[in-house]
Design a protein around this ligand. Sequence first.
Ligand code: COA
Ligand code: AMP
Length: 634
Amino acid sequence: MAYAGAYADLYAGWKANPEGFWMEAAQGIDWVKAPTRALNDDRAPLYEWFSDAVVNTCFNAVDRHVLAGRGDQIAIKHVSPITHSTKGITYAQLQKRVASLAGALRAKGVEKGDRVIIYMPMIAEAVEAMLACARLGAIHSVVFGGFAANELAVRIDDCTPKCIIAASCGLEPGRVVHYKPLLDKAIDLASHKPDFCVVFQREEEVAKLIEGRDVAWHTFQYGVEPAECVPVSGDHPVYILYTSGTTGAPKGVVRATAGHLVALNWTMKAIYDIDAGDVFWAASDVGWVVGHSYICYAPLIAGATTIVYEGKPVGTPDAGAFWRVVQNQRVKVLFTAPTALRAIKRDDPQGELIKDYNLRSLKALYLAGERADPDTILWAGRHLNVPVIDHWWQTETGWAIAANPLGIEALTVKIGSPSVAMPGYDVQVLDEGGHPVAPGTLGAIVVKLPLPPGTLPTLWNAEDRFKKSYLAHFPGFYETGDAGYIDEDGYLYIMARTDDVINVAGHRLSTGAMEEVLAGHPDVAECAVIGVADQLKGQSPLGFLCLNKGSGRDAGDVVKECVKLMREKIGPVADFKRAVVVDRLPKTRSGKILRGTMVKIADSTPYKAPATIDDPAILDEIKAALQTLGLAKG
Ligand code: COA
Ligand code: AMP
């Protein structure tokens, strides 16, 4: 490591003694029974952390702050420019509300280890539901509201929940998202049926409850005994969060209790420089990993105030929305996806709206979820006058693999790099043969096993898939699925995915899953989905459809039906709005579709027909088809 200083010392200290490093970090957690060791490698290459400890997540996120005298401090601030409301919940109130909800769930049979699906929009009750599950040792699985009934059904069948907690509706600008019909349809579609559903009725929409199955959030809590925190072992899963893989079947990332607590608690000070009492705002959604780690758990574990924001960066009502919240809530650290800043920059290029607000509280802006483009970083730094910190992580890791740890030492920012590996992560770049490459050389980014606390120990009910997806390709390493390089100073550069995952507005989507949907259209014989460059959203999905011979269908009609089908099957979040009909797809002689070449053609970047291509003439057909959409210029 070329840099000397607090970060380099810390990293070297971790590397020399990982056990000591994490046992020390574990002191930030209130244990029922403290761990006697950090790493459990009895089942290597599967690892557990603090597995002999006994602990409760909700106690650490809520109760301990009340006991420490912080009961009157705001724990959650719900800010909704969509409903024009702001509501604060103190730690003491949160404790009561969560204990009551947990008590009601318990009274209906939810126990330690049972799964509970949470399908809710950005309201404080979504966080309360997560905490109530953690209080009981029940394992929650939050499903993002932008997913359709079909995706919810897939998750119901995979994690077989005893209960589903939903809201009556979500609110997108100009559109009410009717959760209840989606929930009912998902339960119809799924083979597994939950014992009961809890529905939080919002003022904006009262959903019709199904007798015998559905209970209302408020009424089912009447007269029940509040629940105390149930101790669980360190390796007990606190949640399952599904994320996109190569196929249509999402991967259920498991998060184990103790490692999650220790790691998140450590990150709040070391990476974000947040102390108890500070206001932290992750402008994401509880349905994503950023929402799990940095809207719900980490800020609360650290005794900070977290903002639950129901709105958009623009249009609710304007591009000053973020700055208004920062000013009014005295936000110290804002965490968002670069796409949100690009949306703001597009509406307010000169940052005029930023000048309307007093942003003195803001100390840093953190970006993650997709590659942060230099223009966006520079624009934000210039107008906000605070450090803009890109950091890199994944649903699987739950916290940053690489960052600039402001709480340890503000390292030099290199634009285009999420900076350096955090303690716990020995990040390396390997070639196809698994050999380390020289600094500055592109390769597959991997992390030497074991991964640190807080990262996934396995996939839910899919240990073999876990090993095959992440551990098999490079034995002894975790394969991140990202490609990039490390420079001479140890700074990482994340350049592309090595699989079929694309990133649309900071949302991770599987082109494989989209292709499965298109293949289900009766007139589609063959198809491919690629991610093309998009100025606002980073990438945007685009479909290629080959129709059945003699289908006689109008191409435009089939495209429209496919767009509708994608919304019905995956949901609006897929943002699938464009497809073209072509006669044939370019393939290698062994039949592999040349998606990478199609991306290059669409993005108007230089391309060469691969030597293995079956028929190079098809590339011209693809180019012509893309030009009808205004792509593949030149
Ligand atoms: N429930 C239901 N629908 C949702 C939804 C939710 N929680 N979130 C998004 N959608 C819908 C949107 O309404 C939109 O529907 P439409 O096709 O009818 O317009 C569709 O999904 C696509 O949404 P999105 O990709 O968010 O695009 P957008 O045009 O509405 O907004 C941005 C663009 C850039 C403002 C927005 O994507 C954004 O704020 N992104 C931040 C990304 C982020 O927080 N990522 C989390 C990882 S850190
Ligand atoms: P998710 O699991 O949804 O958080 O998506 C994780 C993926 O998003 C990573 O594997 C990367 O491909 C991408 N990603 C996240 N953060 C960054 C970043 N800071 N820079 C580049 N890509 C990122």
